[in-house]
Write a protein that binds this ligand. Sequence first.
Ligand code: TRP
Length: 343
Amino acid sequence: MMPGMTNEAPRVSLTGVKPTGAPHLGNYVGAIKPALELAGRYEARYFIADHHALTSVRDPEKVRHYTRSVAATWLAAGLDPQSVLFYKQSDVPETFELAWILSCVTGKGLMNRAHAYKAARDKNIEAGRQEIDAGINMGLYNYPILMAVDILIMGTTVVPVGQDQVQHVEYAADIAGSFNHLYGDSYRFTIPTAVTPEEENAKLLPGLDGRKMSKSYDNTIPLFCSEKELRKRVRKIITDSRGVEEAKDPESAALYLIYEQFATPAKAEELRKRLVAGEMGWGEAKDLLFEELNGQLGHLRARYDALMEPESELDGLLLAGAARARPIAQHTLRQVRRAVGIE
Ligand code: TRP
């Protein structure tokens, strides 16, 4: 059955974005666009996971800046705050009470096996450190529980996320299962599932060096930078050394693969043909890509810049979203409290 095509209560699509850096083209193609498409088929609830950023971002100015920046990005990219419930995690404090309650039904062993925690521990082991938990804070350790709460408190059915977040959604399902097993006679959480862009037919966007575009590889093209910066980044895309008249292989060139995601199929086909036929050098192809990106992102950038102004409607929009999100969270929490015997 197609997702979202049931006769039951409207199905909820929810995702959170951690405000830890400037959004890049890879986020746009791999996360933002697919989530906005899903929003049409589900009751969509998208939020900024600002508390999750605290596990790694220590500069309060950065937390504030990236929180607004990520919110402005989604709005500029086309999120309609009338139809999508759009809010900040920190404006829904019920989240943190439920996090405690759910941590009481979550096995510590489950947390020990979480990818992010295991990776941090393995790094310590590799570095030969005596203390294998050195530098690992409890926020990182508890991260999957907080994320489970984000998902469960809003009655979520599907969670559009990248491949790297699938385990977290499975944890949310596990934790919901534990709760339902213990308290299911009085309250049951909906069991969520992950939807990855791969399943939704989107392609992974390569970065400047051809690997997946990712902040951790430092190979990104920011979504909203100045024209000058955009041109500079596009120039940095690594290409092979084939000359203008040599036949090129578009499918193995990051440049073409990025172009393909943005240009119309007809334009992409035109570029592909000319590269294959040895009718275009990489320099000219880079100019084409720059023009395409700049043309499309230009008006989004203007909207983004306006939203980033200190007195813009951005903060009010987020608060209005929270005012609609909180009653849903309160409703869930009230039933959970009753189920566990706190009320
Ligand atoms: N962990 C997610 C990330 O790093 C962000 C996130 C927090 C999230 N809570 C969520 C994603 C709930 C989906 C659902 O990108």
